[in-house]
Design a protein around this ligand. Structure first.
Ligand SMILES: [Fe+2]
Ligand SMILES: [Fe+2]
Length: 135
């Protein structure tokens, strides 16, 4: 289980709330795995994750554009990389062992999300906070 900690907050209220929701999805996947229901839930988890991540990434990209964030292109490329990996895992469903795919999905999302939030997302939030202070 991945507990949401204050340290994962980037200081942007809406984005922190969206990240919290992503953590909740990830924890749901973890619960499914612990209860050995991952095979039957995997498709739904992937669909929910894909739908919410599309919403969240689009929201972040709009925000970064609105603030003329200089590292926008690199950030957008990271988002696209994540979506591509989710697509690859989605393609495995029905082809590979479902438990293996579920574990791969959980480990990938967990490490990607933590790294991305703590570095890339924290960086645009700091940029926006800086610009806000400067007026
Ligand atoms: Fe994010
Ligand atoms: Fe991001």
């Amino acid at each position: 289980m991945l507990a949401w900690e204050g340290g994962y907050k980037i200081g942007h209220e809406e984005m922190d709330a969206e990240h919290l929701f992503l953590f909740a999805l990830l924890n749901q996947l973890d619960i499914n795995i612990q209860e050995h229901r991952e095979a039957e839930c995997l498709r739904d988890v992937l669909n929910a994750l894909r739908a919410y991540i599309d919403y969240h990434f689009a929201h972040e990209e709009l925000l970064m554009k609105a603030w003329d964030y200089p590292a926008f292109d690199a950030h957008e490329a990271m988002h696209q990389g994540f979506v591509a990996e989710i697509g690859r895992l989605r393609a495995e469903v029905g082809e590979h062992d479902m438990t293996e795919t579920a574990l791969k999905l959980r480990d990938f999302v967990r490490s990607w999300l933590l790294g991305h939030i703590l570095e890339a997302d924290a960086e645009y939030a700091a940029f926006i906070a800086f610009k806000t202070r400067r007026g």
